[in-house]
Design a protein around this ligand. Structure first.
Ligand SMILES: Cc1cc2nc3c(=O)[nH]c(=O)nc-3n(C[C@H](O)[C@H](O)[C@H](O)COP(=O)(O)O)c2cc1C
Length: 202
């Protein structure tokens, strides 16, 4: 049986989401998936990005496009929170998928989310939940993390992630990097998602 082809479609301004994406990739591969990182195209000007101190994350990664999405069996969307939801860059990509919606190209394909917020209560859950509308309208099958990994119960230190998916806390100034626990949860998320994607691909 061919390996399920999974795209990790991510937007990451300072690298936190991309670090989680790499851990998700490990988990997906452990579950027997073929994985590609697709970077969501930037929509902000270089001037604005410069003022925001954006370093230009994942420059070697392939850029995502609506046409490319049709080639994959499932998706993990990596979201950098903006005002409690996905960034406009990700929304712009999704807004370009009208043709896929019309043809039903993504119907029945599994999709999950992982995310980064600046603060602990800044949208770990709302960023995931508000993204489910995008998946539902495309007829994709939302695969949550649930409590499939006991690491979600670890309260020894603050951490991102929830039953909706893996997550990290970047800190108000972005100086906090994904912790070992958050990366473990992201790897477990990838493995869980990949196992379900493989079942759906049968
Ligand atoms: C315009 C803007 C809005 C943001 N809104 C939120 C927010 O609602 N909640 C939050 O916790 N962090 C918010 N942040 C912080 C980002 O979520 C944080 O920079 C991001 O998670 C870091 O991940 P990345 O390096 O992968 O982009 C915001 C950042 C920007 C620039």
């Amino acid at each position: 049986m061919p390996k399920p082809k999974i795209a990790i479609v991510y937007y990451s301004m300072y690298g936190h989401v991309r670090t989680l994406a790499l851990a998700e990739k490990e988990g997906l591969e452990a579950a027997g998936c073929e994985v590609t990182l697709l970077k969501v195209p930037e929509t902000l000007s270089d001037e604005v990005l410069g003022k925001m101190g954006a370093p230009g994350v994942g420059q070697a990664d392939e850029e995502a496009s609506a046409a490319k999405l049709a080639d994959y069996d499932g998706f993990l969307f990596g979201l950098s929170a903006r005002f409690g939801m996905a960034s406009a860059q990700v929304k712009a990509l999704l807004d370009s998928t009208g043709g896929l919606w019309q043809s039903g190209a993504l119907v029945g394909k599994p999709a999950g989310v992982f995310f980064s917020t600046g603060t602990q209560n800044g949208g770990q859950e709302t960023t995931a939940l508000t993204f489910v509308t995008q998946l539902a309208h495309h007829g994709m099958v939302f695969v949550p993390l649930g409590y499939s990994t006991p690491k979600l119960f670890d309260l020894s230190a603050p951490h991102g992630g929830s039953p909706y998916g893996a997550g990290t806390l970047a800190g108000p100034d972005g100086s906090r990097q994904p912790s070992a626990l958050e990366k473990d949860i992201a790897e477990a998320h990838g493995k869980h998602f990949g196992t379900i994607a493989a079942k759906l691909a049968k």
